[in-house]
Design a protein around this ligand. Structure first.
Ligand SMILES: *[C@@H]1O[C@H](CO)[C@@H](O)[C@H](O)[C@H]1NC(C)=O
Ligand SMILES: *[C@@H]1O[C@H](CO)[C@@H](O)[C@H](O)[C@H]1NC(C)=O
Ligand SMILES: *[C@@H]1O[C@H](CO)[C@@H](O)[C@H](O)[C@H]1NC(C)=O
Ligand SMILES: *[C@@H]1O[C@H](CO)[C@@H](O)[C@H](O)[C@H]1NC(C)=O
Ligand SMILES: *[C@@H]1O[C@H](CO)[C@@H](O)[C@H](O)[C@H]1NC(C)=O
Length: 245
């Protein structure tokens, strides 16, 4: 009995501690106003091509709107200018407008993934470009320690830097442009059908780019609120456990 109380007190203490830790401000100072992906990338520098493509495909508005309306957050993989300049010449120009949109959407995941969460995600990850299965837009990650590698079936690359993270939006620098199989793969991919129907990842089934309206508080505020509500619920559960001992 006494043991259990000590255990409960320790848990409460730890919970309090981790809640406090989670509430610390993000290392990168958030720009004032609503989260704005182009502003974040402009501040980081070296992303002019990616910014230009975000704007021309209007994926920047999509990202900003999704951030304002989503409670799962977003993850963006940003290739720097030298990644674009090392593409075979004419690569971008050979794409249709629709393919450019898909290429940029392929760099956006419809959920917030922290650096450490990459270790537990299941492949293939869903991107805003859509179908991660059937050889269309798979994006796989592998991790060793803190290192995160990405493969698309066309390119292998590394997450080289965390540019921004505020628990709703994570922006990572990747060394190469993520070329999706659907656009750059062989014209008629013939994946083993049994393999592609394997167990689905929870991420792959997450909400896609919906644009449901949220009224009142911003997504960031409601996210924080539900996080604290969750913490309060856990504390309440622990207290009732304690009382029942
Ligand atoms: C985001 O920032 C860019 C550049 O700083 C600016 O041109 C654009 O209007 C901003 N978008 C929104 C929705 O505030
Ligand atoms: C990532 O790829 C590099 C180069 O191919 C390799 O040396 C490294 O071990 C890989 N890391 C992970 C986490 O897979
Ligand atoms: C991604 O991972 C899935 C599941 O492990 C695998 O079936 C698929 O072949 C992988 N795709 C690529 C491009 O590595
Ligand atoms: C990417 O890595 C995989 C496994 O490590 C390898 O089989 C494949 O050939 C690599 N692809 C490229 C384009 O380097
Ligand atoms: C964010 O969403 C709210 C509520 O839907 C809306 O009033 C506001 O204009 C949106 N802000 C941006 C920058 O889209």
């Amino acid at each position: 009995m006494e043991h259990l109380r000590i255990y409960a007190i320790t848990l409460l203490f730890l919970l309090h501690f981790t809640t406090q830790t989670a509430a610390q401000p993000a290392p990168a100072p958030a720009p004032p106003g609503p989260t704005n992906i182009t502003k974040i990338l402009e501040k980081a520098g070296q992303f002019t091509t990616f910014i230009r493509l975000l704007k021309s495909t209007k994926v920047d508005d999509q990202i900003n709107n999704q951030l304002n309306n989503s409670n799962t957050g977003l993850t963006v993989f940003a290739p720097p200018d030298n990644a674009f300049s090392s593409l075979a010449s004419g690569t971008l120009n050979s794409l249709t407008d629709q393919q450019k949109v898909e290429l940029i959407q392929f760099h956006v995941l419809p959920s917030f993934i922290s650096m450490s969460q990459f270790q537990t995600v299941s492949n293939p990850l869903r991107t805003n470009a859509g179908d991660a299965y059937n050889g269309r837009f798979p994006l796989n990650v592998t991790t060793i320690g803190n290192g995160v590698n990405i493969t698309t079936g066309i390119v292998n690359t590394t997450v080289s830097n965390s540019i921004y993270s505020d628990n709703q939006l994570a922006v990572y620098q990747v060394d190469k442009v993520l070329l999706p199989l659907d656009i750059f793969g062989p014209p008629a991919p013939a994946p083993a059908p049994s393999k592609s129907k394997k167990k689905a990842s929870p991420l792959a089934e997450g909400p896609s780019s919906t644009s449901s309206d949220s009224t009142g508080a911003s997504a960031a505020v409601s996210l924080n609120w539900s996080a604290s509500a969750g913490a309060i619920a856990v504390v309440a559960a622990l207290i009732s456990l304690w009382w029942s001992l």
